[in-house]
Design a protein around this ligand. Structure first.
Ligand code: GLA
Length: 409
């Protein structure tokens, strides 16, 4: 993960100004857009994200003591200073500093991590937009500390470590965001499977374009969206336990499955769904149906991408959005509207991306339709809402990028 390179980075320039000396290293960790497979990772089922060209970068210089002193290029975020240790007291809920303290706390719990750094952070990943701006910070800080303290970094193990670390912030997230930000590959989407974590890169056909469009409605990971997210996780666990209890009672399978993936290995998907229709009702039935059908869509989407079947892939994206709206209840009027506009503009499919309840959509176009999709989104969503300022941050074509790295300056 060590690279050398030279272009002056904003974070490095700001470091010089702030600390009166040059930074010695730059760490970068990308955000991500998830193409399909939403709310499946924490259920141990697959996802298909892409690492983005938008990144969190930290220019840093190791310190001889255990202090972390971090400034953000954006003055909206006040400077942060704390000492590394296994029980760091958190900032108030929602404070950006918790994404910095989280990896420091977890690394200190598990390794002899005692040296800190001074650094300047610069991120161009839109915040609270479903593009993993927070996990990019967690990864960047985690990698900086691992580098300084000579902690071994194997991408998969480190992704699991960083996913555990992020729970410090109160979100019971899965490991998708940390894994893709660390292990993404240029030009590829990555199918990630869990327990154990595995990454399979899938080349994106050359003429496919994934358009990322922000509703402008923030999905604050530490606010109401966090409660809904954590509640969904519990609902999925409850739904699974009830289905398993029924299997035990009826003595229907030789080995009792203990996870969604084991259940799907033990029985055909249609049987699993039929069983859930009998055993579950209301929202639990809906949550279960979303999780199981979404996992099947991810597997099919990988085949469609490998076969360059853009229509088939788009249809799966539409089905995913429908399921997130009607079964998982994490869409919003703006997300529904933006996906509809993208389709109207010629997209092959469109869906909300990330946890939902605000943030971005992702839409699939090809070389000939991408211009019209972008124009339609501008004309029918951004202009009427006067959201055209800083439009590049709200509306862009994803460039599938490589995962995080640390470089000497
Ligand atoms: C957030 C979490 C991920 C994942 C998505 C929903 O981004 O951090 O682990 O659960 O929501 O798919």
């Amino acid at each position: 993960m060590m690279q050398t390179q030279s272009a002056p980075e904003r974070a490095a320039v700001a470091f010089l100004k702030e600390f009166g000396a040059a930074a010695t290293h730059l760490v970068r960790a990308p955000g991500r857009v998830n193409l399909i497979g939403e709310h499946t990772d924490y259920n141990g089922l697959p996802v298909l994200p892409v690492a983005l060209q938008r990144e969190a970068k930290v220019a840093f210089r190791p310190r001889p003591d255990g202090m972390v002193v971090l400034h953000d290029v954006d003055e909206e975020f006040p400077p942060l200073e704390f000492e590394i240790g296994p029980a760091i007291s958190p900032e108030a809920a929602g404070h950006w500093g918790n994404y910095v303290k989280a990896p420091a706390n977890e690394l200190a719990r598990r390794f002899a991590v005692w040296r800190g750094f001074e650094g300047v952070l610069h991120s161009d990943i839109p915040v609270a937009a479903g593009l993993s701006s927070s996990s990019a910070i967690v990864n960047a800080i985690g990698l900086a500390l691992a580098h300084i303290n000579e902690v071994p970094v194997e991408a998969r193990a480190f992704a699991e470590l960083m996913a555990d670390a992020e729970r410090y912030t109160g979100t019971l997230g899965g490991a998708m965001d940390q894994a893709i930000s660390l292990g993404g590959r240029s030009g590829c989407a990555t199918k990630i499977t869990f327990g154990p974590l595995r990454l399979q890169h899938v080349q994106i056909p050359a003429d496919w374009s994934f358009v990322v469009a922000d509703t402008g409605v923030r999905a604050e990971k530490a606010g109401a969206a966090q409660n809904t997210y954590n509640l969904r996780r519990t609902e999925c666990e409850d739904a699974l336990s009830r289905v398993i209890e029924d299997l035990v009672r009826a003595d229907r399978v030789p080995l009792i499955p203990s996870s969604y993936s084991a259940l799907l290995r033990a029985m055909p998907v249609d049987d699993v769904l039929a069983l859930a229709e009998d055993v579950l009702e209301g929202n639990l039935r809906r949550r279960f149906r979303h999780v199981v059908t979404e996992a099947a869509r991810v597997n099919e989407a990988v085949d469609r991408m490998r076969g360059a079947d853009i229509t088939g892939f788009g249809t799966l994206m539409d089905a995913s959005h429908g399921s997130l709206r009607t079964d998982f209840h994490v869409s919003t009027a703006e997300l529904d509207e933006l996906t509809a506009i993208a389709r109207e503009g010629g997209a092959f499919g469109a869906r909300l991306t990330g946890a939902g309840l605000g943030g971005c959509i992702v839409a699939l176009a090809d070389r000939t339709t991408v211009g019209t999709v972008l124009e339609t989104l501008v004309g029918e969503y951004y202009e009427p809402r006067k959201l055209t300022e800083d439009l590049d941050a709200r509306l862009f074509v994803a460039v599938a990028s490589s995962g995080a790295s640390v470089q000497a300056l």
